[in-house]
Design a protein around this ligand. Structure first.
Ligand SMILES: [Fe+2]
Ligand SMILES: [Fe+2]
Length: 322
């Protein structure tokens, strides 16, 4: 039985999807000179405090030309990973939605969300194509197994934790780039702005969905959820933010640098920790921060202060670098 309050949230989100929506080909002036993506644009340089490789002294000591080349490839690859993740989300969410009963308000919103994700896939693929970098996206093993990940939708709580684990790091990273006025190519910034605007609804839905589900769980179910939550967050953050092996080979990046940047140095760990302030807040709200869960969060190196409000900027990465 769906509570009236949850119905109201779904209605507001659905109406928001109708009244405030973007089209990748109407709302981005791809062919304007300002949006041209030049391979030698120094604005491809990776940001120092939101990108774990950009934060690494090895990268910072490179000549500008190399910084630009590596940055362009990495930025393009992150977009590619993002769209691959969105395609997994759509496949799983379709499985979930098509099992809902007639009249379900979740059905309508899920379909709005999938429509938006289709638009995001087109938007990010257009961006990738225009960078000219032939990037693979996720690591090969992840790409090979990703068609099966959507089957987790048969356990909806786990599937929605997975959705959040993909959306939160990308959203956090993009918000930080926009908020700090990072000097990136304008077409990249425009896609990020559009994405942030629509992801706000998706993330609200995932948070609220988990509230509904966890409230109905018994003690054993809640304990299992509290442990699965940090594990999935850590696993998917790695899958999304760490580049495939080809990247290190193509740009002769030493193994030690890759290891430190993904995720052994204090700075890179702090960057990852910062991705999950909102999820830690959610875990507290859902009473999923029990002593066992705390140990798992710590073992995954994503423990820390919960956000006080959604989207609160965290600054631990900058402190770790200082
Ligand atoms: Fe998206
Ligand atoms: Fe999304």
């Amino acid at each position: 039985m769906i509570e009236q309050d949850y119905r109201d949230v779904l209605k507001t989100l659905s109406e928001g999807s109708v009244s405030r929506r973007f089209d990748p080909y109407l709302d981005i002036a791809w062919d304007s000179p300002e949006f041209a993506l030049e391979p030698d644009d120094p604005r491809w340089t990776l940001p120092e405090d939101s990108d774990p490789l950009g934060a690494h002294p090895w990268y910072q000591a490179l000549p500008q030309e190399r910084k630009t080349a590596i940055g362009r490839w990495r930025v393009a690859n992150i977009q590619k990973v993002g769209l691959q993740f969105e395609s997994i989300l759509i496949r799983g969410m379709m499985q979930y939605a098509m099992r809902l009963p007639n009249g379900s308000p979740e059905f309508r919103y899920c379909l709005h969300e999938m429509t938006e994700e289709c638009n995001h896939i087109q938007m990010f693929q257009e961006l990738v194509n225009r960078t000219g970098a032939d990037v693979p996206g996720m690591r090969a093993a992840y790409r090979a197994t990703s068609p099966l990940w959507g089957l987790s939708a048969f356990i909806p709580t786990v599937f929605f934790i997975g959705i959040l684990a993909g959306e939160e790091p990308i959203d956090h990273f993009q918000k930080r780039v926009i908020r700090e006025g990072t000097d990136a190519p304008p077409a990249v910034l425009r896609t990020m702005e559009i994405h942030i605007a629509e992801e706000a609804r998706h993330i609200s839905f995932a948070h609220r969905f988990l509230h509904e589900r966890v409230a109905r769980q018994n003690r054993a179910g809640r304990l299992a959820t509290s442990i699965v939550l940090p594990l999935v967050m850590r696993w998917l953050a790695g899958a999304i933010m760490a580049p495939p092996r080809r990247f290190a080979k193509e740009f002769d990046i030493p193994d030690s640098v890759m290891r430190e940047a993904f995720w052994h140095s204090p700075t890179s760990r702090a960057i990852m920790r910062d991705y999950f302030g909102d999820v830690r807040m959610l875990a507290h709200d859902l009473k999923l921060m029990n002593p066992v869960a705390r140990v798992v969060w710590r073992m995954c190196h994503i423990d820390g202060r919960p956000s006080r409000f959604r989207g609160e900027p965290h600054r631990t990465a900058r402190r770790a670098a200082a």
